[in-house]
Design a protein around this ligand. Sequence first.
Ligand code: URA
Length: 435
Amino acid sequence: MNILSIIEKKRDKKELTNQEIEYFIQNYTNGKIKDYQAAALIMAIYINGMTDEETTNLTLAMAHSGEILDLSSFNKIIVDKHSTGGVGDKVSLILLPLIASIGIPVAKMSGRGLGFTGGTVDKLESIPNYKVDLSLHKFEQNVEKIGISMISQTLNLAPADKKIYSLRDSISCVGSIPLIASSIMSKKIASGAQKIVLDVTVGKGAFMQNIENARNLANKMISIGKLANKETICILTNMDEPLGYSVGNTLEVIEAIQFLKANDMPEDLKEVVLELGAYMIKLANKGDNIEENKEKLLEKIQNKKAYEKFVELVKNQEGDISYIENPEKFEKAKYIEPIYSNKKGYIYEINAKEIGKLACYLGAGRISKEDKIDNRVGIILNKKVGDKVSENEVLAYIHASNIEKLEYVKKELLEIIKISENFTSKNKAIIEIIT
Ligand code: URA
């Protein structure tokens, strides 16, 4: 067997055997297969797809490319959460301390930004000194000690996904159902949680642009979960416009802090956090009634227990909590400028993908693997879809480090934030639950 024959087979739309998939995963992980060969195969998979059997085999091969974490010693059900990606998606930063404050252990391995979407690890790293790379021992110790740890994919867990994930990002091969399903489920299988809640984003700023594809992806991940004996629930959420108001690493951390302090909960973000959280509680066998579970979550926000857990998490991972206690301390971008509407009416579209691309252009994301992120930059919306706007009202604030980029984004944003004379209703945050 060799990689060329495997590439040829997929290029010619033929089905790969389990042996061929395992051969590729093992030899790409250990470096014998080169990036350019893997890129060719990934592109062929992106274009020609995979059968359910191939996707399952790919997932299992990726999950077993490294260690499989055993969290059974906690003697509690561990429920993991993952999102298929979005713009302004700071849900993990809010939801996971919230869940831990209820007494459900959280052992979370997060990813970096992918394509035009942001990543939780990049956001966590914008907190000065926060360590995302921990040893397995320390990771487990943290979960034992304070009930939560949030790290990057640094342990030897699903190393094949780590390589393929950044390769896909650099060759524009992210939005593929078999590749997303295998990427997410291999990590979830390797990271030892017994149950999984998945946020499957749908819309202009998601990899799944329509409900049909999102359902298809959700069902694939649920059936892989069944096979691995991990009950999986998918919640389809709207990603036509950015979630919440802020896009950009530090800006999103600040929005998460304000949310957890209960002084500012954007409606769409609140709905997504509560829905995912309520199902996590249900899967942890801590309450079957979804509405009651949402009340429990709200209580933990209102009595600041979730915020305190977030501070504890940051402190325990060596982050400087003075930034959390006083977000004014975060370094700001050199230029912070408002843009104003040139007419009155109702906002009817804020294309999340376009906003994500602009945030990337400002420096909040990577174009190539080696790019360094500028944590300070991004966009803070002042309006959401369905909001009324008058002439000369602020539509958004741009946080930029460079004057040319600022000017470009100013012009573009006025095109992206679309205003109509007709009344437009707000987007529904939760689309569908698939079990
Ligand atoms: N999140 C992942 O972990 N993998 C993907 O492919 C997309 C989103």
